[in-house]
Design a binder for this molecule. Structure first.
Ligand SMILES: [Zn+2]
Length: 236
């Protein structure tokens, strides 16, 4: 099966061709790489097919690049550009959803929320809590997949608790564990001991140093100056 089926075919090699695969073929055969199309044209090509826009967007998970006016300012709001093709999704086995796209089960979600202490791992807000910025919005916690670069360079998608606000906007939240480990490695021994304590408690307990700083800051100006003059660094 080396020939490419037509986008109008409904089967290929004796198997049914899925909508996403047919949209892929339509892009190649009708729109052609670097061509533009509107949603209306896509819908007209696949009359009566539900969620055709979504099937088109699903192609992005298979390496297909389809730009909107956000990525390509030369496009009109209703236009798309078929930039480059990705995997041959009409070939059986090539259209499997990538591992990081499957749905998260309720059991998985409950386990992740519990492990994360029912708080957003990005901003620390807990579910139902206000954000503390004077607004009325209450945090809603979700479980999301975050790409984590392993020390060997491979990427693993791990589940993490995240509030709706932090999850908005599709920011790249890839974290590199090797960088984190290297930064820990470069800490002074005393800092590393403090950090280990925070890890154990899963929260940042104020250290003796921070408590002292907070106390120093409460001093009136004259007393602050007196401490600063006495502690001018000549003794280290
Ligand atoms: Zn958050």
């Amino acid at each position: 099966m080396t020939t490419q089926p037509s986008w109008q075919d409904t089967t290929y090699g004796g198997r049914p061709l899925g909508t996403m695969a047919r949209v892929a073929l339509w892009l190649i055969q009708e729109v052609k790489e670097n061509g533009t199309f509107t949603k209306a044209r896509l819908r007209a090509a696949f009359p009566g097919v539900a969620q055709i826009d979504r099937r088109m967007r699903d192609l992005r998970d298979h390496g297909w690049e389809i730009a909107t006016s956000r990525e390509d300012p030369t496009l009109l709001p209703q236009e798309h550009r078929f930039v480059t093709r990705g995997a041959d999704v009409w070939i059986p086995g090539k259209s499997k959803a990538p591992a990081h796209k499957g749905s998260i089960t309720n059991a998985q979600r409950a386990k992740v929320l519990k492990a994360d202490g029912y708080l957003c791992r990005t901003c620390g807000v807990t579910g139902g809590e206000a954000y503390g910025d004077g607004g009325l919005e209450q945090a809603v916690l979700n479980v999301a997949r975050r790409p984590v670069v392993q020390p060997d360079g491979s990427v693993e998608y791990q589940l993490v608790t995240e509030c709706q606000r932090c999850g908005r906007g599709n920011v790249d939240r890839t974290v590199d564990t090797a960088d984190v480990l290297a930064d820990i490695e470069s800490l002074a021994p005393v800092e590393r001991r403090v950090f280990r304590g925070w890890i154990a408690a899963d929260r940042r307990n104020p250290s003796a140093l921070e408590k002292l700083w907070a106390l120093y800051r409460t001093l009136p100006a004259d007393a602050r100056k007196a401490v600063a003059d006495k502690f001018d660094g000549t003794d280290d």
